[in-house]
Design a protein around this ligand. Structure first.
Ligand code: ACM
Length: 373
């Protein structure tokens, strides 16, 4: 039995999501998911009678600012758990800092895998939980000639390496690969459209992230391409990015993710209602909101059990914990600190929502090193 501290001081946590810069479009939603969960925990009495108090900074989509604020949180603000990061480059900047100070980073974003840190809890999808289902669905439904386009940083480059490997194993073909700056402007997508017209792939695999995602889909629509014969398939185009586009530009394109706002569970319906009540009816949930949300609840439950923020005591309880999330039951894998998640493939419909066209029967265990493939 754990001895309760009985204190009234709040539990301080660090929160690092960008409210400005190129990936604010998705990171702001992760911030909202985090805030909603914290408010729910606090409204139900906090954790062992103590409220959770977030210390939030805006790193402005700048990798160096992520590192600077992570250091400040751990050395000056008295925080040991940080909830944050979207891009893999920001995670890569923060991980050595949490390792040096023995903190915990809770990372609610899909990523390229091939990483393990004892100081990270990974609650977004590893490649075996999204890209494998996506490639199989696209090969079966559209064809085997893929063209790869991404923002120019570690996550797209690594995801495309995995995609090339999966295609090679399945006798598919990568016809070309094209990278654009993270902050690429509308006009920069024209050259890509020319390349697509010349290559005529069956599938455009996109790992473009942030604001410029909308430029890709708009340029594609303006070029007169047809998603029924050459859809864009993505792991990062969520409801947040779709909301930046006209529905006509998004409709018919495909994304693989553990969660869509359209997931039909009672828990999800209630979650979406609470999210809209808190942030407005025009706000859509997405895979990153949901991971940011459920990881706070897993943290709070684990903290209630041990009554200390000390990562050496907290982490063993987090590992192997389960939570009934909006996407369905999720659990943290004791071996690798990643999360068992559902695998879904969705196609954007006329409402800008994803129709789920394929889903796993059960949660899929994380295999961040793709050992089983
Ligand atoms: C990402 O950079 N992990 C989306």
């Amino acid at each position: 039995m754990v001895k309760r501290t009985g204190g009234t001081e709040p539990w301080r946590i660090g929160v690092l999501f960008s409210r400005s810069g190129v990936t604010a479009v998705i990171e702001e939603t992760q911030l909202q998911g985090t805030i909603l969960a914290i408010e729910e925990v606090n409204a139900s009495g906090g954790v062992n009678g103590r409220e959770i108090e977030p210390v939030c900074y805006d790193p402005g989509s700048d990798v160096h600012a992520f590192a600077r604020y992570a250091s400040k949180l751990l050395t000056e603000d008295g925080v040991s758990s940080i909830f944050g990061c979207y891009t893999s480059s920001s995670r890569k900047a923060v991980v050595p800092i949490v390792e040096r100070h023995n903190g915990l980073l809770w990372y609610p974003t899909l990523y390229e895998g091939f990483e393990y840190s004892p100081n990270v809890i990974y609650t977004g999808a590893a490649p075996n939980q999204n890209i494998v289902a996506l490639v199989d669905y696209m090969l079966e439904t559209y064809g085997s000639r893929f063209y790869l386009v991404g923002s120019d940083y570690i996550y797209p480059r690594e995801s495309n390496r995995i995609m090339r490997e999966l295609l090679r194993q399945r006798r598919g073909k990568a016809l070309g690969e094209h990278y654009l700056d993270l902050g690429a402007r509308r006009s920069e997508f024209r050259l890509l459209m020319r390349d697509l017209r010349n290559n005529r792939p069956d599938v455009v695999f996109s790992t473009v992230v942030g604001e410029s995602t909308a430029f890709l889909y708009q340029a594609y629509a303006e070029a007169g391409f047809d998603p029924r014969t050459m859809p864009i398939a993505s792991l990062t185009t969520s409801e947040a990015e779709v909301s930046l586009m006209t529905v006509d530009a998004a409709r018919g394109h495909i994304t693989a993710a553990p969660y869509f706002e359209s997931v039909r569970t009672d828990r999800n319906a209630a979650f979406v209602r609470r999210y809209n009540r808190r942030f407005g009816d025009d706000q859509r949930t997405n895979l990153c909101v949901e991971a940011a949300y459920f990881q706070i609840h897993i943290f709070a439950r684990s903290l209630a059990e041990v009554d200390t923020m000390n990562p050496d005591v907290l982490k063993p309880v987090v590992l192997s914990s389960e939570y009934e999330a909006p996407q369905g039951l999720v659990s943290i894998d004791a071996d690798n600190g990643h999360t068992s998640l559902w695998t879904r493939v969705g196609r954007v419909n006329a409402m800008g929502q994803f129709d789920v066209v394929r889903e796993s029967m059960l949660p899929v265990r994380p295999d961040p090193y793709l050992v089983s493939h």
